[in-house]
Each structure stands twice: as C-alpha cells, then as structure tokens.
Design a protein around this ligand. Structure first.
Ligand SMILES: Nc1ncnc2c1ncn2[C@@H]1O[C@H](COP(=O)(O)OP(=O)(O)OP(=O)(O)O)[C@@H](O)[C@H]1O
Length: 216
C-alpha cells in the first residue's frame, strides 16, 4: 500500500534527510518509525500525503507513483490519509465538535451527515461528553484524542501520526497507542513516528528504524 523505492530527499541547503530508503508497508499493517532526532522520520511521513517530494526514487501509494499523480488528484490522495501531529493543531476558538467537523465541512458534507460522523468519531475516542467544550479546557491527552477524532472522521484507510505521544506521560501515551491499535484492528493502515522505544517494544508491532535516512 505504501512503497518507498530508493527514496532520497535533499532539502534546499543540503540536508540529506533520506538516503536510498526502500520500505514497503502493507495494507492493514501497523508500523512504527523510530530513529534519533534528524534520522528522517518526519520527512518519511510527509512524503506519503505529498507534503514533500523525493529528490530521487519513487513513493507509490495504492499502486500509484506519486510523481505521476496529476495535481487535481492530490486533494483526493490527502482525503484518504488522516494525519495526527504531536501538537495536535486544534483551533482554540472553536468547540471540540467544530474542530472534529472541520474536514467534513471542507469536503462539503451535509449537516446531518456531519453531525452523525462527528459524534461517532468522538464516541470512538471516548470524548462524546466533551463535544461542546473548548480545547483549552481539556487535558493534553484529551486534546490529542480530539486530534485523532478529527483525523479519522472522514474514515481514511491510512493514518499517519508524528510523535503523537511526545507531550504525554507514560500512562496516557499507552492509552493513545491502544487507540491507534483499535483503528488498525478495523483495517486502517497505521504508521506512527515515535521516540518511545519501551512502549513500542511492549506493543510489539513492526518497527522501521531509520539511521541517517536509511532503514537500519
Ligand atoms: N524543511 C526543511 N528544510 C531543510 N532541512 C530540513 C527540513 N526538514 C527537515 N530537514 C532536515 O532533514 C533531516 C531529517 O529531518 P526530519 O525532521 O525528517 O527528522 P526526524 O527524524 O523527524 O527528527 P525529529 O525526531 O527531531 O523530529 C534533518 O537534518 C533536518 O534538519
């Protein structure tokens, strides 16, 4: 489903973030991307929704080489990928409901459909009772759950998370990872960049370890 063929990425200024990286992540797989700071984890994730392009090599998603994806198809690609950031990037002047609804509003979904899907997503992350709350009134773990609800509300077949537990204590981190496991168990291909090696080892999923832009 996600294939990197000899992918290199050199940023303007000369930093080489990926060097001939070859990786295949199958449909329905759950994988962790690990590696030291600067090893290329974020760059790897950012190439999947075309937020970055390789300098060399190819990224193939669902059999489509992204270098050959017409520009007008990029929004369709991105709609199929839910993304979760460490700092969750919630809008603080909007309610939890409105934050989660945002991707559906942008997609022009009908009001009733939005209501039903947002409530289903909030229910899955255990925050239905907080739909009217403002994000600032929630704990860090709850805010991250809102970010996850927003990422899954369009029911994407792929979830990407970049250090989703970076700001959380060990108990909350494990809860968040278990939540990702639940989405993975219903078939969502899930790729998570994380530094949290003890937790990753305990969970026991595939680990892709990057060292200076190469799979070690
Ligand atoms: N937009 C950019 N412009 C220039 N260099 C960049 C850019 N983004 C990343 N880099 C460089 O590419 C390399 C890999 O960065 P990347 O963010 O992918 O690593 P990472 O493993 O995610 O690190 P961290 O764990 O610190 O987030 C680093 O040397 C970084 O400085």
């Amino acid at each position: 489903m996600i294939r990197f063929d000899e992918v290199s990425k050199r940023y303007p200024g000369g930093n080489e973030a990926l060097r001939g990286l070859a990786v295949h992540i199958a449909q329905g797989e759950m994988a962790f991307i690990t590696g030291a700071s600067g090893a290329g984890k974020s760059t790897f994730l950012r190439m999947i929704p075309l937020l970055e392009r390789p300098s060399q090599g190819s990224v193939v998603i669902d059999g489509v080489n992204l270098a050959r994806l017409p520009k007008r198809r990029v929004p369709y690609l991105r709609r199929r990928i839910g993304i979760i950031f460490q700092d969750h990037r919630l809008l603080h002047d909007r309610s939890v409901f409105d934050n989660v609804a945002l991707p559906l509003v942008i997609a022009g979904r009908a009001h009733q459909d939005i209501r039903r899907r947002v409530r289903a997503a909030l229910d899955k992350v255990g925050l239905l009772h907080k739909e009217r709350a403002e994000p600032v009134t929630l704990s860090g773990g709850e805010q991250q759950r809102v970010g996850i609800a927003r990422a899954v509300v369009t029911r994407p077949p792929v979830l990407l998370a970049d250090e989703p537990t970076g700001n959380l204590d060990p108990t909350l981190s494990e809860e968040i990872m278990r939540l990702f496991e639940q989405f993975n168990q219903v078939g969502v291909t899930t790729v998570i960049a994380s530094h949290d090696l003890p937790l990753i080892e305990r969970l026991g999923h595939r680990r892709i370890h990057l060292v200076e832009g190469r799979a070690a």
